[in-house]
Ligand binder design. Structure first.
Ligand code: NAD
Length: 506
């Protein structure tokens, strides 16, 4: 073990010590709450399968208390000026930054994500708060729509209490991506984090309270998705559900919210293509393809998990990617040298390992990896893996594996590349590598995806719309798009006093 890893583990143990005593409860109306029943579940460390801590399993009473707190807190938060909300959200950003090391270390141990990526996660989370803080004063702005004898104008008003349900991959950053715009808009929130990675959600709730977010404006219920999550999406006080997670859960969220007519925003799964033409800058394309599947353990909705390469360069390109995959450093998430950490959970490990068998039985070649990585006893590590010689019809090319696993397929020309890229139920992102700008435009316009990057890996600019089509989601986040979800648009029509009012019964 390197001295740097040893020192980091010692630090992490210090940060984790506080979670080890009593079960982690909820955060309701500005206070930590133990949970109304003794039901708990275990939070498991991806590093060695040991129990990190116990977590209260939220039930109907807990969810109702949180939703009611959010409902009570709503009028006062709605009526605060945009400038007041702006100041509080900037303070949240400052406090996140000041605790960035703790957030990174806890996130690494809770999720298995490598420190080299998580060390920046808190900064991005702070940026999310700053970005939406600055938009709070203008969030209610609308349009002037004058008619001949009437003046119409629109304003936007916050929806009310909203549910925010988040997954286990990079949970801290993803929660801020939802919570920051909801608060900037003037909504109040009940957050249900993923049961496999609950820790940093509580840190965020504490930070927001310390920053001056009033009691009840943000509430947190820990628990199992099918119980606490489901109850939250059904609660009549909740006006909308913003969800990040799997496509099939998204469909359940829609149906659970239907009886109470909830608005839904769904950011779901993907099987995103990276399409490499023979005329591309291949050195950059190799770097980007490797980064977009093996960073964040491949547990990334925008990962490019299908590598579509033009036949003329297929063998050499795939060889280069395979060589990189074999050299990736798999290790403890707190080792500064680690590029790929352990997967989140035993169940997810089994799912990913299952695809290695599926690839073999479907007749694909395994050009790198294809087995469990022996890093530590009991840890959920897999080797970065590359399947080649695949076909679009294979399960390894159609299903979201959500691990460091890439499926490579050859195409002959632009038309075949496009039809392969679109031959999926998903439509989150696509990455196109070509030196021909006309082809880049043709492909970008026709590929079925909510977001397309040309000659680039996923590069985020917060005002741009983020979201998917088909089974990858409904709705957009980012910039003003987030406010379209968290706010209602109201039209107000004033008469000049000149138009003829119809007279009935005169
Ligand atoms: P998941 O759908 O299993 O769980 C997500 C959250 O939903 C968890 O908090 C869970 O407890 C809760 N949940 C589960 N069942 C529920 C129900 N019936 N009602 C209410 N809540 C319920 O997803 P996951 O395995 O945690 O996350 C991985 C998935 O998330 C992948 O498919 C990935 O692509 C997707 N994801 C998408 C984006 C995006 O922006 N499109 C970003 C990150 C992750």
């Amino acid at each position: 073990m390197s001295p740097a890893l040893e020192a980091n583990i010692e630090k992490a143990n210090g940060y984790l010590a506080r979670w080890r005593g009593v079960p982690l409860g909820h955060f309701i109306a500005g206070r930590s709450e133990p949970g109304s029943s003794r039901d708990v579940f275990e939070n498991i460390s991806p590093v060695d399968g040991s129990v990190l801590n116990q977590v209260s399993s939220g039930n109907e009473r807990d969810v109702d208390a949180a939703a009611t707190a959010a409902q009570r807190a709503f009028p006062a938060w709605r009526d605060k000026s945009g400038d007041e909300r702006r100041a509080i959200l900037h303070k949240v950003a400052e406090l996140i930054e000041s605790r960035r090391e703790e957030i990174a270390f806890v996130e690494c141990m809770d999720t298995g994500q490598a420190l080299r990526f998580m060390s920046g996660a808190a900064l991005r989370a702070a940026e999310n708060f700053r970005f939406f803080a600055d938009r709070a004063p203008g969030a209610s702005d609308g349009l002037a729509l004058p008619a001949a004898e009437h003046m119409n104008y629109t304003i936007r008003q916050p929806l009310g209490p909203v549910a925010i349900i988040t997954p286990w991959n990079t949970p801290f950053m993803l929660s801020t991506w939802k919570i920051a715009p909801a608060l900037a808009a003037g909504c109040t929130v009940v957050h249900k984090p993923a049961e496999w990675s609950p820790l940093t959600a509580t840190l965020l709730a504490q930070i927001m309270t310390e920053a001056g977010v009033p009691a009840g404006v943000v509430n947190l219920v820990n628990g199992i998705g099918e119980q606490a999550g489901k109850l939250l999406t059904e609660h009549p006080a909740i006006r909308a559900t913003a969800f990040i997670g799997e496509s099939r859960t998204g469909s359940l969220i829609m149906s659970q919210g239907a009886p109470t007519l909830k608005r839904v925003h769904l950011e779901l799964g993907g099987k995103n293509p990276v399409i490499v033409f023979e005329d591309a800058d291949l050195d950059r394309a190799v770097d980007a393809a490797v980064f977009m599947i093996y960073s964040l353990n491949g547990e990334r909705c925008t990962s490019s998990s299908r590598l579509l390469v033009q036949a003329s360069i297929y063998e050499s390109f795939v060889d280069r990617v395979a060589e990189r995959a074999r050299k990736l450093k798999v290790g403890h998430p707190l080792d500064p040298a680690t590029e790929v950490g352990p997967l989140i959970h035993q169940r997810h490990l089994s799912k990913v390992l299952g695809y290695f068998d599926i690839a073999r039985s479907e007749g694909a070649q395994i050009r790198a990896g294809g087995a469990r990585a022996e890093v530590s006893k009991g840890g959920f590590y897999v080797q970065p893996t590359l399947f080649a010689g695949a076909k679009s019809s294979m399960r390894i090319a159609r299903e979201e594996i959500f691990g460091p696993v890439l499926t490579a397929i050859a195409f002959s020309d632009e038309a075949e590349a496009l039809s392969m890229a679109n031959d999926t139920q998903y439509g989150l992102t696509a990455y196109i590598w070509t030196g021909d700008s006309g082809r880049a435009l043709r492909m970008a316009h026709r590929v079925e995806a909510g977001m397309v990057w040309v000659n680039s890996e996923n590069n985020r600019h917060l005002p741009t719309p983020f979201g998917g089509i088909k089974a990858s989601g409904i709705g957009r986040d980012g910039g003003d798009y987030s406010f379209d979800f968290y706010m209602e648009t109201k039209n107000i029509c004033l008469a000049h006093g000149t138009h003829r009012v119809p007279k009935l019964g005169a």
